[in-house]
Design a protein around this ligand. Structure first.
Ligand SMILES: Cc1cc2nc3c(=O)[nH]c(=O)nc-3n(C[C@H](O)[C@H](O)[C@H](O)COP(=O)(O)O)c2cc1C
Length: 170
């Protein structure tokens, strides 16, 4: 799948088959995440791989839009670490770039995933800190449940919107 096809055909997938993901595929997906651009190439991220059923099932108690985790075998929590920053304040953009790379790579590998918003919702950030023993200086940013798709989605409606494009001035 080429890059343009992957970008145009990616959709949020919230239903997964019981088929497991190999370690090799997981590694490839993480390599794609870590290939993302970051401010000054600071790479201020960590990735927590969660495949313990009890932990996955505990997330909906503090994240209200995460019930699809009950079907997922694995999820990746993208975290930001501001102590690794050279350019203060850019960790959010860096983690968003890594998250998008994850989503596109997952789709290109024939898997499905969805971005579960975490930061800046304090109760979700704290929920992950407690559940996973994440240190105070590390900030849970997004959670990505992953699995082989058990739903197929039509190509999304065209989102190209000329009212959002400005030439030379507003
Ligand atoms: C920052 C962010 C937070 C999101 N949070 C959730 C979430 O908590 N639960 C969920 O099911 N989907 C979540 N989504 C997925 C969006 O609902 C989805 O991307 C959007 O509806 C567009 O659909 P598409 O991904 O199929 O193009 C989130 C997406 C983003 C970018």
């Amino acid at each position: 799948m080429d890059a343009m096809e992957a970008l145009f055909s990616r959709r949020s997938i919230r239903k997964y088959t019981p088929e497991k993901i190999t370690e090799e595929t997981l590694r490839e997906i993480l390599e794609a995440a870590m290939s993302a651009p970051s401010a000054g190439n600071q790479q201020p991220w960590h990735f927590v791989i969660i495949n313990d059923r009890k932990i996955l099932d505990a997330v909906p108690s503090f994240h209200p839009h995460s019930l699809m985790l009950r079907e997922a075998h694995v999820a990746i929590l993208v975290c930001g670490d501001p102590t690794l920053e050279k350019h203060v304040g850019y960790w959010v953009q860096d983690c968003a770039a890594a998250t998008e790379n994850l989503l596109v790579a997952i789709h290109a590998k024939g898997l499905g995933a969805v971005w579960l918003g975490t930061y800046p919702r304090e109760e979700r950030v704290e929920g992950f800190r407690k559940l996973l023993g994440i240190p105070d200086h590390v900030i849970p940013f997004s959670l990505i449940p992953i699995g082989y798709p058990a739903e197929s989605k039509p190509p999304r409606p065209d989102r190209y919107n000329t009212t959002r494009i400005h030439h030379n001035r507003w």
